[in-house]
Design a protein around this ligand. Structure first.
Ligand SMILES: Nc1ncnc2c1ncn2[C@@H]1O[C@H](COP(=O)(O)OP(=O)(O)OP(=O)(O)O)[C@@H](O)[C@H]1O
Ligand SMILES: [Mg+2]
Length: 269
């Protein structure tokens, strides 16, 4: 199982939109996909038709020796493929509040909880995708510890580089913790490494942004800002119906760019 985390401290950049559609693209291609919603807003859980489930990601943290499989549910039916989901809800809020004052690095017993719990299912999936909250908190740090490849989703505006130094610091802390506490850590093994894979430019407007002036290493693929009526309507329809944009319109620009991104993610080294 290879685990990807979609992250940015900035909200509204498209983490949930991109990660849910990438999950669909992978599943439709035949991969077994586990999706973890790591945001109290529960947007991805809603999208997958799993709002208000009794057992959620919070139980993995709150109950000792909790069997993670109990909180994993099949998403609503898609045209192609199947996705399993570990949903979230507002119970993540008090959980993160409780841990807000702890220094997250060097806390092996607190920050390896998700990684250890996932060992029970890692043989069942090709990919695990984690959609994170716009924050670095206790559960996001746990997600990073469980991650192989970090994907920063960002936008081409003046705020795009904000938070970059804080994220860098946390990525370094996570890498140090993995090197120190994870006996399986291996920088050359895709299932046991931890790398900052790159930044994905979403809501791109042609010629509006110079990638080379940013601190990030960018993917070649950009995802354009959907501005025309049909495309914008599709974003709303996708959220309302829980259908992936790739299902609603497999040949639209957004779908083609998601497919291109997935190709780059899997095959460009
Ligand atoms: N390429 C795009 N073109 C147009 N609209 C987009 C695009 N990508 C995302 N959006 C829209 O931007 C809004 C925010 O997207 P999304 O919820 O995926 O962001 P997020 O980073 O997950 O937010 P949060 O930080 O709150 O979790 C949504 O209304 C979504 O439909
Ligand atoms: Mg989101």
């Amino acid at each position: 199982m290879i685990t990807y985390s979609f992250i940015n401290l900035k909200g509204g950049v498209g983490k949930t939109t991109i990660s849910t559609n990438v999950a669909y693209a992978l599943a439709a291609a035949g991969a077994k996909v586990l999706f973890i919603d790591n945001d109290k807003q529960g947007n991805a859980s809603m999208f997958f038709g799993l709002k208000d489930k009794e057992l959620t990601l919070s139980d993995v943290f709150l109950k000792q020796d909790f069997d993670i499989k109990r909180a994993i549910y099949p998403a609503r039916k898609f045209k192609d493929g199947q996705i399993d989901v570990l949903p979230s809800n507002m119970t993540l809020l008090p959980l993160n509040m409780e841990h807000k004052d702890i220094n997250l690095n060097n806390q092996e017993n607190k920050t390896f909880i998700l990684k250890n719990a996932l060992k029970a299912v890692e043989g069942e999936y090709h990919f695990c995708l984690i959609d994170n909250a716009p924050d670095i908190n206790f559960t996001v740090y746990n997600a990073l510890i469980a991650t192989n490849q970090v994907i920063i989703v960002t936008n081409p505006d003046a705020y795009a580089d904000s938070g970059v130094d804080e994220m860098d610091k946390q990525f370094n802390n996570v890498l140090q913790d993995r090197q120190m506490y994870d006996e399986d850590y291996d920088e050359y093994d895709p299932q046991n490494n931890f790398i900052l894979r790159g930044a994905l430019l979403n809501k791109y407007i042609t010629n509006s942004y110079n990638k080379s002036s940013s601190k990030y290493k960018f993917f070649k693929t950009n995802i354009k800002l959907a501005t025309n009526y049909e495309a914008s309507k599709r974003f709303i329809e996708s959220i309302e119906t829980g259908k992936s944009i790739l299902e609603l319109s497999p040949n639209c620009l957004f779908s083609r760019q998601i497919n291109k991104f997935v190709n780059e993610l899997l095959y460009d080294k």
